[in-house]
Design a protein around this ligand. Structure first.
Ligand code: HEM
Length: 509
């Protein structure tokens, strides 16, 4: 008996350690209501069953603050505009960072951009780049945006008789625009010819790297482990990245190649004497050249990550919104008619609207975009993490709690949007009662507070210019191959499972 006692003791200590490891995060927020969680998987099975609707289901059952367990990791979800204001604005000092999801925690390239940097580094970085999003700089980007939109429109002409997978075309358009604006590089994705070898390799690596950022159980083995037993993620990743053929090996290799390529672009631009300041990369190099303190902040790896992040954050989101808009407008003849009347009344076909025109002369287009973003919210959850103990919605949350704002639940809440499943842009008409009575933070597709999307105005300018150009020449109808209802897949942001397939009909003018 005495001989086995140490083993029994060790086993019991391990079991206790295991138990504490799994249940400690839960204990700290156990007062927050939520459904019973499965050991290891938490509520991941509910995510598989309902998709992101799971948060609406749980908000209806448990109220506007509830728990959701992403494997071992508990999230406190808030789904009420006043609580969003509390988390995103009023208590920003205590909740200023984003939590690091498991697909990102293994990738320095993704961690060093604005999205995941923390505290004073984040504020210094954000303050240094914010001037690039001021109206005067955005206005100077109109000719670049217009040129790429013209190229995309020409590709539609070439395919007039056939189906167009518009979501692919709009992704190429958005990537080209942000590629030029961020790197000053023409990715050439809208040319008939194949893009230069370097650029097309870059794009392949970028798409692979982005698509591997999965938030469900379809990621690499180490990412899945990160969702379930985070402590094992890094050791397993270190082993698996050395085993040829595993998803972890492929992700590691691709991210290495991508980083090298980005570093080369940055190094080359850094050596240029006359680099100008039109694109983001040049502007940030100019800033760091002129200020010694910023030189330390913007080391080459951070500059690469920031520029790359723009490509990542600014392409899929913008293209998803543009494709959703065409998909929805093609199903609503009354909306289409009103939109086209507004666009036609602006002026002759060859007049490019200025940034000022885009802001003031297309009020109905504004409403159509808002309603599209409400109807299909590309980023249905916004992540935050407490940096000290703080009270949210009456619950005391310890330091390190993941608090996520459920933008997607708000967008479909009948309290703020009566008949939420009806596509009705007029609900955003500033003169209508629904708009006047709605809580100001019920519709926040670009997030909230000091950490809200830095590219909001950039994205809206691009989407408006694209819609105006497209509807000046075409109307769109769903292809017979288009599924109904639309199916989605979930990465870091929402995406279409099978694409948006449309037919373009040239307008008689
Ligand atoms: C329709 C298009 C877009 C949507 C719906 C969108 C949505 C969002 C959302 C929801 C956030 C999180 C905000 C929060 O935590 O409160 C965010 C952050 C961010 N977005 Fe966007 N975005 C779009 C386009 C863009 C573009 C074009 C760029 C770059 C030019 C961009 C760059 C960023 C960056 C850098 C952040 C992190 C900001 C920070 O942490 O300080 N986004 N975006």
């Amino acid at each position: 008996m005495e001989e086995i006692a140490p083993y029994v003791f060790t086993m019991m200590a391990m079991l206790l350690g295991f138990f504490i490891y799994f249940y400690a995060p839960y204990w700290s927020i156990q007062k927050v209501p939520g459904p019973p969680a499965l050991p290891l998987f938490g509520h991941l099975h509910l995510l598989a069953k309902h998709g992101t609707d799971v948060f609406t289901v749980l908000a209806n059952r448990y109220g506007p603050v509830f728990r959701f367990h992403l494997g071992r990791q508990p999230l406190v979800i808030v789904a009420d505009p006043e609580l969003c204001k509390e988390v995103g604005i009023k208590k920003f000092k205590s909740i200023c960072n984003r939590s690091l999801p498991s697909p990102i925690s293994a990738s320095p390239l993704h961690q060093k951009g604005l999205f995941f940097t923390r505290d004073s580094r984040w504020s210094a970085m954000r303050n240094s780049i914010i001037s690039l999003y001021q109206p005067s700089h955005l206005a100077s980007l109109i000719p670049t945006m217009q040129a790429y939109i013209d190229s995309a429109t020409k590709l539609i002409t070439a395919n007039e008789e056939e189906d167009i997978t518009f979501s692919d075309l709009s992704l190429k358009l958005a990537t080209n625009v942000i590629g030029q604006a961020a790197f000053g590089v023409n990715f050439g994705l809208l040319r008939d010819t194949i893009a230069e070898e370097e650029v097309s390799a870059f794009m392949k690596e970028h798409l692979y790297s982005t698509n591997s950022l999965k938030m469900d159980l379809s990621g690499s083995f180490s990412i899945i482990l990160g969702l379930i037993i985070p402590i094992l993620q890094e050791p397993f990743r270190q082993i698996l990245k050395r085993i040829r053929g595993t998803a972890d090996w492929k992700i590691e290799k691709t991210n290495q190649k991508l980083s090298l390529r980005l570093d080369k672009i940055v190094a080359k631009r850094a050596q240029e004497n006359e680099r100008g300041s039109k694109d983001f990369l040049s502007a940030i190099l100019n800033v760091s050249d002129s200020d010694g303190t910023l030189r330390d902040l913007f080391s080459q790896d951070y500059i690469s990550a920031l520029a790359y992040e723009h490509l990542l954050a600014g392409s899929a989101t913008t293209s998803f919104t543009l494709s959703s808009l065409l998909y929805l407008v093609s199903m609503h003849a009354d909306v289409e008619k009103k939109l086209i009347e507004e666009i036609d009344s602006f002026g002759p076909l060859d007049t490019t609207p200025s940034a000022n025109d885009l802001q003031r002369k297309f009020p109905y287009l504004d409403q159509v975009i808002k309603e599209t973003m409400r109807f299909y919210t590309v980023s249905p959850l916004v992540a935050r993490e407490t940096s000290e103990q703080v009270e949210v919605g009456g619950y005391v949350l310890p330091k390190g709690t993941w608090v996520w704002i459920a933008i997607g639940v708000l967008a479909k809440d009948p309290k703020h949007f009566p008949d939420p499943d009806v596509f009705r842009p007029e609900r955003f008409d500033p003169a209508c009662d629904e708009e006047k009575q709605r809580h100001p933070y019920a519709h926040i597709p670009f997030g909230i507070g000091p950490r809200a999307c830095v590219g909001q105005k950039f994205a809206l300018q691009e989407i408006k210019l694209s819609v105006i150009n497209l509807y000046r020449r075409y109307i769109f109808r769903h292809s017979p191959k288009m599924e109904y209802p639309l199916e989605f897949q979930y990465g870091l942001v929402l995406n279409f499972k099978n694409g948006v397939k449309l037919q373009a009909i040239e307008r008689k003018t």
